[in-house]
Design a protein around this ligand. Structure first.
Ligand code: NAD
Ligand code: TDX
Length: 380
């Protein structure tokens, strides 16, 4: 049995990851450490927490004493650090929180792991490490900055972040690498492109668009909608992290992406079309619409679910134009490839959002409305 500390697993990707590894491996125990910020929801992983193979601890990754206590109690072999402030727009409003959580939180976990895992020193003075341990940092393609019309991010692309969020993630990557170079700490890093799938908080593009359509609201597209993101179904990301954690050499860095670049406007149009077509084929889904206008035959109208909902709003400051990942290294070294095509993944994601309105209501019951009004009233 190996015990993993998985931070931030009440959030989108971390939750999908623990569900994935608990189902895939029966020799892994998981301790989730999550502060339950606005982005964390215990309900997402409630069914996984059984206090036998999966435990939950509410706490801050910046808390050194808590981290030491957890290492002492659970004797972790692996740390997978998802916990972060993850939304670029929020980082533009409040950079300091991003630096605190994403940089100092990571450094705090690294130090706790170092205190727990170092067994001695070698003849050159480098620490020696308990066998089989690994600190894995979940990073992002945003550390590389922005691409022009051609080319892709490889692991050799110089780091050149632009937003406070991506600058904080880049700093964390540098710290993780520094611990490897300075202390020979067994670490790995994955840098993934934009994820989509179940349990994504509806401040991010795809779930926000779905939510707004159901509410009959305008669909805010930043700038001209021509920015490009490289979309990856979340379970494919989880599989990649699992492969890197269990198979990759210490000190390795892997880009994760599926050559699935789309302009934002294409994503928004596809989401509109898909929801419209689903509701045409399954009229019962129309009951989810806030707007319950009926046609002459008494059917709830869906003719308004079209591109006229799109509204172009003020652009994000410092908006990166294009992300595109070259995933050759992880494919060649570990045999990873994305199993879910975008055509299949987007339908699964939309259906999940339609069928899990209670979850959406739950996660947006706090400050979401205030956030939405503040963020989007400035843009219109
Ligand atoms: P998320 O915002 O959905 O979840 C973040 C989780 O971290 C939440 O559960 C939150 O409560 C927790 N958290 C925040 N601050 C904390 C703290 N101080 N201590 C403990 N827990 C804390 O994020 P996500 O989209 O699931 O992203 C997870 C990781 O993956 C992040 O590190 C992010 O940078 C990275 N990433 C995300 C994407 C993406 O498309 N979403 C792509 C590439 C990389
Ligand atoms: O309302 C919107 N309108 C819009 O046009 C929102 C929320 C976004 N956008 C645009 C901005 C981006 O070009 O859509 C694109 C995607 O935006 P987000 O969903 O906010 O994601 P992004 O900024 O690309 O960052 C995501 O992928 C990389 C995650 O949030 C990061 O955590 C991850 O590192």
């Amino acid at each position: 049995m190996k015990t993993y500390l998985v931070t931030g697993a009440a959030g989108f990707i971390g939750a999908n990851y623990i569900k994935y590894i608990l189902a895939k491996h029966d020799d892994i125990k998981v301790v989730v450490l999550d502060l339950l910020t606005y982005a964390g929801n215990l309900g997402t992983i409630a069914e996984d927490i059984d206090d036998e193979r999966c435990f939950f601890v509410k706490g801050d990754i910046c808390d050194a004493q808590l981290a030491d206590e957890l290492f002492a109690k659970f004797k972790f072999e692996v740390v997978v650090n998802f916990a972060a402030e993850s939304h670029v727009d929020r980082s533009i409003e409040n950079p300091q929180l991003f630096l605190q959580t994403n940089i100092l939180g990571t450094q705090n976990l690294l130090d706790a792991a170092r205190r727990a895992w170092v067994t001695g020193r070698d003849e050159k003075g480098y620490p020696t490490w308990r066998k089989g341990v690994r600190f894995h940092q979940v990073s992002t393609d945003e550390v590389y900055g922005s691409l022009g019309e051609t080319g892709f991010f490889t692991e050799e692309t110089p780091l050149n972040p632009h937003s406070p969020y991506s600058a904080s993630k880049t700093s964390a990557d540098h710290i993780v690498c520094a611990y490897h170079d300075t202390y020979h700490m067994p670490v790995s890093i994955t840098r993934c492109s934009n994820n989509y799938g179940p349990y994504q908080f509806p401040e991010k593009l795809i779930p926000l668009i779905i939510k707004n359509i159901l509410e009959g609201k305008q669909l805010p597209v930043y700038g001209e909608g021509t920015n490009i993101r490289d979309w990856l179904y979340v379970e494919d990301h989880c599989k990649a992290i699992d492969m890197v954690v269990t198979q990759a050499k210490d000190g390795s860095i892997y880009n994760v992406g599926g050559h699935n670049e789309r302009q934002n406007i294409q994503i928004v149009k596809l989401t509109i079309r898909t929801i419209h077509d689903m509701m045409e084929q399954e009229p019962a889904l129309r009951n989810l619409l806030k707007k319950q206008e009926k046609d002459a035959e008494g059917n709830i109208r869906i003719d308004w679910i079209n591109e006229s909902l799109i509204t172009f709003v003020k652009d994000r400051l410092g908006h990166d134009q294009r992300y595109g990942i070259d995933p050759s290294k992880i494919k060649e070294d570990l045999g990873w490839y994305p199993e879910t095509t975008f055509e299949v993944g987007i339908v699964k994601t939309i259906r999940w959002n339609l069928e899990n309105q209670a979850w959406i209501k739950d996660v947006t019951s706090g400050d979401y409305q205030k956030y939405y009004e503040k963020m989007y009233s400035d843009r219109c």
